[in-house]
Design a protein around this ligand. Structure first.
Ligand code: PHB
Length: 391
């Protein structure tokens, strides 16, 4: 079966859904497909920090107002090292903040908003490949849940299909991208307990990194640095709490039953390109960052805001210039976010094989940040998010 639409979007994650939402505002029709079920998408646990600009896009476009009622504004973070906490006060430094609102909640809101608007959104449909990216009628070849072939012919194909993107092949071929792996991972837990701190704690300790995050007044999310091959089921709850307590000196963590555990591997990746002809990739399909800077989903939203503008010019005014400039412009922010995520990661984790000199230098680096208004402001600007293009 062949369907026709203006924009074929592969992937119903934050990037794909938000793009369909913004395009619909301008009257541009799209079809969104995803290999997963709605339930899988709405239940997958991901990160939880939204930049101020991300929140503005979600609320101003009508995609989510629950972010303001269920989500919680945070005006800073605590950086812990050498046995002490240092408050980085974003509000005071730069007058901006972030929202703690889990990604799966954003997805619940976006799916509801798109379906209420009549969006053609198909779950259980798996993209196999993209054809004719260099023509002005590119196609997505997909398979539905019953195994039947579905061809979507469009004016533009967008791959918002995550780090294992199928669309990426049509954009960069087998060339891939810039890649970096890290010799550690995060052991993540969700537990039933009250918050242990007003703000998130990012802690560098001699035993390794820990992050004390939150989900709600009764559920908390915490992570500690572990081996990439660690088995999430191996440690007992006592051992997990001991690890977390040891790594957050000076803070008595509120403990409670742990009901979910996972190991998150770290990688930095940037595809060699984001566009070929009429095929584009955005979000994790084009780049991934380690989670320490909380940039992943925010970067996807920034790509989409830029691409929405470019597609409106292309499809409504036949102006190709913003579309031609899209990839180069998006990449500037991507590399800034790569730098920030790499920097936060490197500064806060214990590197296997680090010498005493390396460890002392790392503490010097952290002190350079917290002793300087300029240092703290850089962190605050990057964490709360650089300005998005005007919509
Ligand atoms: C989270 O709450 O899952 C979270 C928060 C901040 C990060 C990464 C993850 O930097």
């Amino acid at each position: 079966m062949t369907e026709r639409t203006r924009v074929a979007i592969v992937g119903a994650g934050p990037a794909g859904l938000l793009l369909s939402h913004l395009l619909a505002e301008a009257g541009i029709a799209s079809i969104v497909i995803d290999s997963r079920t709605r339930e899988q998408i709405e239940k997958t646990i991901r990160a939880g920090i939204l930049e101020q600009g991300t929140v503005e896009v979600l609320t101003e476009s009508g995609a989510s107002d629950r972010v303001l009622t269920v989500g919680r504004r945070h005006d800073g973070i605590h950086l812990g090292f050498d046995g002490e906490l240092h408050h980085i006060d974003f509000a005071e430094l730069i007058g901006r903040g972030v929202w703690l609102y889990p990604q799966h909640e954003v997805l619940i809101d976006l799916i509801a908003a798109r379906l209420a608007d009549g969006q053609d959104l198909r779950f259980g449909v798996t993209a196999q490949r993209v054809e004719d990216a260099d023509s002005d009628r590119p196609r997505v070849i997909a398979t539905d849940a019953e195994g039947a072939e579905l061809v979507i012919e469009a004016e533009v194909v967008v791959g918002a299909d995550g780090s294992r993107s199928v669309v990426r092949q049509a954009v960069v071929g087998s060339h891939g991208g810039y890649f970096r792996e890290y010799p550690f991972a995060w052991f993540g837990i969700l537990c039933e307990a009250p918050p242990s701190s007003d703000e998130l704690i990012y802690s560098n300790s001699p035993d390794g990194f820990a992050l004390i995050s939150q989900r709600s007044p009764t559920v908390q999310r915490m992570y500690f640095q572990c081996d990439p091959d660690a088995d999430p089921q191996a440690p007992s709850e006592e051992e997990i709490w001991e690890e977390l307590q040891k790594r957050t000196p000076g803070t008595a963590l509120n403990e409670g039953p742990i009901f979910q555990r996972d190991v998150l591997r770290f990688r930095s990746f940037v595809a060699y390109g984001m566009r070929r002809g009429r095929a584009v990739i955005v979000g994790d399909a084009a780049h991934t960052v380690p989670p320490t800077g909380a940039k992943g989903m925010n970067l996807a939203v920034a790509d989409v805001v830029l691409l929405d503008r470019a597609l409106r010019a292309l499809l409504l005014e036949r102006d190709e210039r913003p579309f031609d400039a899209f990839a180069e412009q998006a990449m500037k922010r991507v590399w800034k976010a790569q730098q920030f995520s790499w920097w936060m990661t490197s500064m806060l984790h214990q590197q296997p094989g680090a010498s005493d000199f390396d460890r002392m230098r790392q503490l010097g680096e952290l002190r350079t940040v917290v002793d300087s208004t300029a240092g703290m402001s850089y962190l605050a600007e990057a964490y709360t998010g650089w300005p998005l293009p005007a919509r």
